[in-house]
Design a protein around this ligand. Structure first.
Ligand code: 26M
Length: 818
């Protein structure tokens, strides 16, 4: 069926056309003479898939031959979004496919929109994992990702009467051309049971007699690099009933029930937990974590043993990166396999574990750290609990040696938290065993050292590092903003910045060039019009592209302060209402856009969404206001929505209470796309200020040390009048639902204003006014916009991954020849 050249699939438009049609006929099973957009998408996707598989094979064979140190990237969440555009761009065959499709009478853009998002994650952490996979592939690192193949990804958000409702995400219902099912790659994962002591060759051994077995089946997702043949693997595990034991059935009823019972095994990988805040001690979540970890560790050890006869070289060939503590059961699992199954000594196993594991934490608050009730762990994984106790015993001995009998310190640092319910603290376990812990921005590392992990920092300062997050310019510029991309390449005289992002700096010298400025505005205008059309489709609202598009899109959280944004909008509305006509003529028209999901159990976040709708309802229908102000809530925010919204935004908000956002990666995507930032000095925005200068941003709010001081002193400030006024409007029911909104008002006025909206409101309004002023001067604005893109190089995940590879993992590129 395939047209080959030199043993490779051919990529000229004629071959691609034939290929697409063959897939429409034989894979999709439609007539090659009559098929719709979705079928065309499927045909094309399968043709792209063939090319991915081709390179994936070559890469894996090459890695096998070279046997370099490999990185295994373990994450319970990956937010991959769509794959079609990204794949053809990274494979370098976009133009050829466009030609092929045009000749068939289809449009590439329309086909790309047929694809649904792969949303196997919640937010920042999960999208970071996806960006890092792209960089690992592009930079030729011998890496593998491991994750869970949830049957239901992050819930779909439906808004009814302004309230969020959650619906299941049936992302696999129409098939998934981007995965390869490996029925032959599967492992037994065991749960429950007991541990017995046995004597083996005179040695005292622990034997785990499990009570339940579930099968983990591999699904491989090829990740193509850009400008390289390298295509790495993201292996996701799905749970299936184990085929290990034949069922004893007595009569039909038992047989039927036995089959139904076994089918329940599949629930383990059925649904993603939609909370990106805290651990809740749920058994199913713990099962997911161990299921994923156990399958991955078995796979890694099997691959190692394929080409090595002892474990001497294990740590020289393998680095295991834990994305937060979610996969940290990998630590006792590796030790268990080495000791119980491979007969290594306890010391040998622990030494290996200490050399291969590193972890990155993505939280700032101690409440965000993961805890597992000892009873739960002991019943689900009895042997692992023993191993954790043994690790803790040695660790406590080490601490006593070092600090003497300082019981307070011992209890603070213990992996076992004593109390009414005993817990295992996964962060402490990770701290003890991992050779490195990374923060996700410089200030995040400071917080880890001085607060969350203070004791551990005193003990092991050399373990603490940071790798400021980054995002991939392939997805966030090349895929999502082709217009700007073309313009950048034209003015730099090269498209090499797609692999070497620092070249973007070259735009600086042209920032005031009128021709570039004009073209820059034109491209941005086209993107805004695309966003206008998208808003109309999603919400039925018509907005004007002449207005300033002011955007805040991210998960809804109190600390991210969407409430501050909405209260600011009410203030703006109130001001405009009270203006004379002459003043109104000077108002800069704004379209305020908010989007994001609230965790289903997070009541305050859900109230913020409703408030946004109620305020929007009033403002958008006020004939007094017209186009001067609009408030739009974009429903069901996800990766592909971000790809449309970010390139079309003028101003974006990143206004977390200082000290609460570990990093934040949305800001980086806006920065690259030439959108200006209105931000507090927190997480990554502090480093953005260093790159582009304070004069090119709108900064507001308390600084981190001020927040800390105010909290320590329990200082309460007097509510600023402007804030008191807008809160009052909400309180007295100006926007309806006064009972429902009361807790929001109370959080500011009666419960100590933990997130400091009162303190930050005046400077927030000032920053907003400064943005208005700047927008009036389009020359100045465009210059700032160009400087944003020019200064965004540091925030590429290529830089982040380069640092991890060199400083944390010790892995080197391994480039498959073309
Ligand atoms: C935990 C237990 C049960 C279910 C879900 C969770 C859980 C899942 C995701 C908890 C937290 C999760 O993610 C946290 C997260 O996304 N953190 C963000 O990470 C980004 C990448 O480093 C940073 O840029 C953000 O600042 C940080 O909030």
């Amino acid at each position: 069926v395939f047209e080959m050249m030199d043993g490779f699939l051919k990529n000229d438009p004629v071959s691609l056309q034939k290929d697409i049609l063959d897939h429409v006929e034989f894979t999709v099973a439609r007539s090659r003479f009559s098929f719709d957009d979705f079928e065309a998408y499927q045909g094309m996707a399968h043709s792209v898939r063939d090319r991915l598989i081709e390179r994936w094979h070559d890469t894996q064979q090459f890695f096998k031959k070279k046997d370099p140190k490999r990185l295994y990237y373990l994450s319970l969440e990956f937010l991959m979004g769509r794959s079609l555009s990204n794949s053809v761009i990274n494979l370098g065959v976009r133009d050829q496919y466009m030609d092929a499709l045009n000749q068939l009478g289809f449009s590439f853009e329309i086909l790309a929109e047929q694809e649904g998002d792969a949303a196997l994650g919640n937010g920042g952490l999960a999208r970071l994992s996806a960006c890092q996979m792209d960089s690992l592939a592009t930079m030729d690192f011998p890496a593998w990702g491991y994750g869970l193949r949830y049957q239901f990804g992050l819930f779909r958000q439906v808004i009814l009467d302004g309230f969020q409702h959650e619906q299941p995400d049936y992302w696999l219902n129409f098939g998934n051309p981007w995965e390869i099912e490996r029925v032959d790659v599967s492992y037994a994962v065991k749960f429950y049971g007991t541990v017995e002591e046995k004597s083996l060759n005179g040695m005292n051994c622990k034997v785990w007699i499990p009570g339940e077995t579930v099968e983990a089946v591999a699904y491989d997702n090829p990740i193509p690099g850009y400008g390289t043949r390298n295509t790495i693997n993201l292996r996701l595990w799905a749970a299936k009933p184990s085929g290990q034991y034949d069922m004893e059935s007595f009569g039909t009823g038992d047989y039927i029930n036995a089959v139904i019972d076994r089918q329940k095994a599949e629930t383990i990988s059925s649904v993603l937990y939609p909370d990106d805040r805290s651990y809740q001690g749920k058994e199913l979540r713990l099962k997911q974590q161990y299921f994923f970890v156990s399958a991955s560790v078995q796979d890694i050890i099997r691959r190692f043993k394929d080409s090595h006869s002892s474990f001497d070289e294990f740590h020289e060939k393998i680095a295991l990166q834990l994305t937060d503590t979610h996969p940290s059961l990998a630590i006792p699992e590796v030790i268990r396999v080495l000791v119980d199954e491979e007969q290594l000594s306890w010391k040998e196993a622990c030494d290996i574990a200490c050399k291969i594991f590193s972890f990155t934490t993505h939280t700032v608050v101690p409440e965000g750290l993961e805890k597992i009730p000892v009873d739960l762990l002991g019943s689900l994984l009895p042997r692992h609990l023993q191993i954790i106790y043994d690790i803790n015993f040695s660790f406590m001995e080490e601490l006593k040696q070092r600090f003497g009998l300082d019981y307070n310190r011992l209890s603070r640092m213990s992996i076992v938290e004593e109390g009414a319910v005993k817990n295992i603290l996964m962060a402490n376990l990770s701290m003890v065993v991992c050779h490195t812990v990374n923060g996700v921005s410089r200030v995040h590392l400071d917080t880890l050292k001085s607060k969350v992990f203070k004791d551990f920092y005193e003990l092991w300062p050399q373990k603490f590092h940071h790798k400021t997050n980054g995002v991939t310019q392939r997805r966030w510029l090349v895929v999502s903003n082709p217009g700007l991309c073309g313009l950048i390449s034209k003015w730099l005289g090269t498209d090499s910045w797609i692999r070497e992002v620092d070249l973007l700096l070259g735009l600086r010298e042209h920032a005031e060039n009128e021709e570039l400025q004009h073209e820059w505005r034109m491209v941005r205008r086209v993107n805004k019009i695309r966003l206008v059309e998208f808003i109309e489709t999603m919400t039925g609202m018509k907005v004007s592209p002449d207005a300033m598009f002011d955007v805040q899109i991210k998960r809804i959280h109190e600390y991210k302060r969407q409430l501050l944004n909405i209260l600011g909008i009410i203030h703006r509305y109130d001001c405009i209402k009270n203006m004379k006509d002459s003043e109104r003529r000077r108002v800069v028209p704004r379209v305020c856009i908010i989007g994001g999901k609230a965790a289903p159990g997070y009541e305050m976040a859900k109230k913020i969404i409703k408030l946004c709708h109620s305020v929007g309802e009033m403002i958008n229908n006020d004939p007094d206001i017209g186009d001067l102000l609009k408030l739009i809530f974009i429903p069901d925010y996800n990766v592909s929505v971000a790809e449309i919204v970010i390139p079309g935004s003028d101003l974006s908000q990143h206004i977390s209470t200082a000290g609460h956002e570990a990093s934040g990666t949305g800001s980086m995507k806006f920065l690259m796309n030439g959108c200006l930032l209105l931000a507090t000095a927190d997480g990554s925005t502090l480093e953005i200020i260093e790159e582009i200068g304070e004069e090119n941003m709108f900064i507001c709010g308390a600084k981190i040390h001020e927040v800390n001081m105010m909290r320590e002193k329990g200082e309460t400030i007097k509510m600023p009048l402007e804030l008191a006024r807008v809160v009052r409007m909400v309180r007295v029911g100006y926007f309806g639902h006064e009972e429902y909104f009361k807790p929001l008002c109370d959080s500011i006025e009666s419960s100590g204003d933990f997130y400091l909206l009162g303190h930050d409101f005046p400077s927030y309004l000032e920053a907003q006014a400064a943005a208005d002023m700047a927008f009036v001067n389009q020359k100045k604005w465009t210059k700032m916009s160009i400087l944003n893109t020019a200064g965004s190089g540091k925030f590429s995940s290529d830089r982040t991954i380069g640092e991890y590879a060199e400083q944390t993992w010790g892995v080197e590129p391994c480039r498959c020849p073309f």
